[in-house]
Write a protein that binds this ligand. Structure first.
Ligand code: ACO
Length: 316
């Protein structure tokens, strides 16, 4: 029997970040930078880097297990596993396929990785909804998992201060009672942000100024589009959860839509930019802190390499 429900509900959340913390002062020992510059320009104070033995899969597994436990479901009820990442452990097998086995998700379950850079989790949620409409299982597992410390040029002060490692996961199901609206977009651009997968320098390279300009035009526009689709006023949205790239970008969005910055959850001070993991880590942390209550209205928006952007209006 096919599911025919219209909306989408998040029923479980989880996250994991490595224990190894790298402070701005630690980075100042490697490159010509300082805590004051990084804090003022980005809001970032710390980031977590993987330790020996950790992999994209091991981070994702911890986040997924927490989300499955939070949802209180059995892995037999999962109809698909979608993992967003810009840096899988191997190009093939996908991280998702390997996780299927490790988590004990039954075979005959579609499991695959996607890459939409920092918008990946939001893309994944939308794809999950489409997959569930064709599934006889009730739940989808969507993960954002990143090991960016492996592709950092630790001699490039313009990028190595920005990124961190981590994973976030959500269990979602179709719902008639929880509205879901989405905006997804992409614009071919290989000048703003790239990670080559051949050649000697397989590092993140970025034109920060251009990415900044892209973000401060695209993110507020996406938020406004989602507000309009939802039929609510900006101040009726309980939480805005933007990709955690830069505090100044988030402040800019708040100002543009005229909503207090208090409604914008931020944890970039602790984790830096964890690309596709940043939004599910934030949601899971909020859930853990009791900040998400039933019926709350949430707008989440990611943006990043591609260029890509993706946002959704969700009801908790
Ligand atoms: N410490 C000290 N000085 C630095 C550092 C550093 N870490 N990095 C750069 N500088 C210097 C520059 O060399 C430059 O010096 P100059 O004036 O002598 O040439 C000066 O600081 C200003 O540099 P800008 O790049 O103009 O600084 P800006 O204010 O634009 O901040 C930043 C840079 C933080 C990268 C900002 O542009 C930004 O946040 N951009 C968005 C990046 C982003 O969101 N990326 C993630 C996208 S998501 C994804 O897909 C992975």
């Amino acid at each position: 029997m096919l599911n025919i429900k219209e909306g989408l509900q998040i029923v479980g959340l989880g996250h994991y970040t490595p224990k190894h913390v790298v402070t701005n002062d630690d980075l100042a020992k490697l490159v010509d930078t300082n805590d004051e510059w990084i804090t003022t320009r980005t809001g970032i104070k710390r980031r977590h880097f993987m330790e020996e033995g950790e992999t994209n899969r091991s981070l994702a597994k911890r986040a997924a297990e927490m989300a499955i436990a939070d949802a209180g479901i059995s892995v037999d009820e999962i109809g698909c596993l979608i993992l967003a990442t810009v840096h899988p452990d191997t190009m093939t097998p996908s991280v998702a396929c390997m996780l299927q086995k490790e988590l004990g998700i039954p075979e005959y379950t579609p499991c695959f990785d996607i890459n939409a850079a920092c918008s990946g989790f939001m893309y994944g949620v939308s794809i999950a909804r489409g997959m569930l409409l064709q599934s006889d299982k009730p739940y989808a597992l969507v993960i954002g998992s990143e090991t960016l410390s492996k592709v950092m040029d630790m001699t490039d002060r313009s990028t190595c201060i920005l990124f961190g490692d981590g994973a976030g996961a959500a269990i979602v199901k179709l719902s008639d009672d929880h509205a879901y609206y989405k905006v997804l977009g992409s614009r071919g651009n290989d000048q703003c942000l790239t990670i080559p997968n051949s050649g000697d320098k397989r590092y993140v390279s970025m034109n920060g100024g251009d990415v900044f300009k892209f973000a401060v035009s695209t993110v507020p526009r996406t938020v406004e589009e989602l507000i309009e689709m939802s039929g609510h006023a900006a101040e009726e949205i309980d939480w805005y959860v933007c990709h955690q790239a830069n505090k100044r970008i988030i402040e800019n969005v708040a100002k543009r839509i005229g909503v207090s910055l208090d409604r914008f959850y931020m944890n970039l001070e602790e984790y830096g930019n964890t690309s596709s993991a940043s939004i599910p880590i934030a949601l899971s942390e909020m859930n853990q802190k009791g900040l998400l209550k039933e019926g709350m209205k949430i707008i989440a928006v990611g943006f990043g390499g591609g260029l890509t952007w993706g946002g959704a209006y969700l009801e908790f």
